[in-house]
Design a protein around this ligand. Sequence first.
Ligand code: IMP
Ligand code: MG
Length: 401
Amino acid sequence: GGGSRGVFTFLSPLHRGSGSSLGGYSHSYNNGHVSSSSPSGVDRREGDTDGRGSGSASCGSCRLGGDMPFFTKLKLVEAFKRIDASIGLTKRKVVPPSFHECRTLLNLAQILESRSHLRLITMDGDETLYPDGANFTDLRIAKKIAALLQRGTKVAVVTAAGYGYEVQRYHERLAVLFEYFRENHISSEALGNFYLMGGESNYLMQLGPSFTLAPVPEDRWTFFRPRCCPIDSQRLLDVAEEALRRLSEDFKLRACILRKERAVGLIRRPPGLKKADHANGAYDEDESIFGCMHSGGMHRENLEEIVMRVRRIIRDELGPHMDVPWSAFNGGKDVWVDIGNKAEGVAMLQGLFQLSPKECLHVGDQFGASGNDLAARVCSPTVWISNPQETAAVLHELLLV
Ligand code: IMP
Ligand code: MG
């Protein structure tokens, strides 16, 4: 790392239970070259989220602790004054600042600092650019993304949604955005600044002059990560699938397994697909059910439990030396275990574009312990939004330079 660009660092091995957090990395990858020191770290494996570690908070794909790096200064005073002027925080005598207000303050402090040297903005998909499971429709966001592209900023959607290189599947979700680019005659050069990283860190595509995504040849970007063995990846997915199946039955979820080439998901069972031995017949529309059976039977707290348990099972069954990057997260209505994670996804883009973390910003909604955006925090400054409306406000603010 040391002041150089494209920092790509892995913790290896994970210092489980040591509480050493990010200070414990043993080697790092800097634009593909191994170096012995770096200001940032990203674990290739899952962190300890079940409280067995000590002294550090941890996340889906990394461990966050006291030595978590800050890549930039934060303009906290300026941000505080602005927020105070708009909501009168300091006039309150009884109610302390809420989590939401602190999140907003830190977001603004980061944006005020980042916006003058921003070269790459990475954006989560679901709940950041469009509502969960829906397609992109927000023309305010489209306009702002176009403005960023036109001023030369790279914009990359970094999403867990992975459909291999079936570009049509990604086009379905982003059709309105691409149509906006077409109608507003966005130049070919600007379009070329738009990328999509699907499956966390598995499939990279770039937008071309005909408003079509095309795969970026893998030899241009995957060498920024160490090679991992395909047999180990499949073994990890086998273990995850078995655990998801068992836990889903334990919790009587109305769910089914979806296995992909590099992911396995526990998703809501489509209506009509009944399972004979499914003991729980609770349905949203059944008024006789008293309790927590919303989300189509995919009770959020149970999904949270499943994420933590599946992480533990993978770590226990595959052992400390397994060298496959992965992530397990709660998507709100589903649980996924993916090969790859957003730390890798963002770091590989930094490597490809030869950028340092301070020139980058990751915007996402999933920074809780079971979320998949938290991984990006180890290699990039971040902004934590809670819906696409907030994303529009973030982009608006970033463009005020
Ligand atoms: P993100 O918020 O853009 O990272 O997308 C997360 C959501 O993508 C998950 O909650 C799933 O509903 C959906 N998804 C679709 N395919 C996949 C996959 O292969 N892995 C993980 N999530 C997926
Ligand atoms: Mg999301």
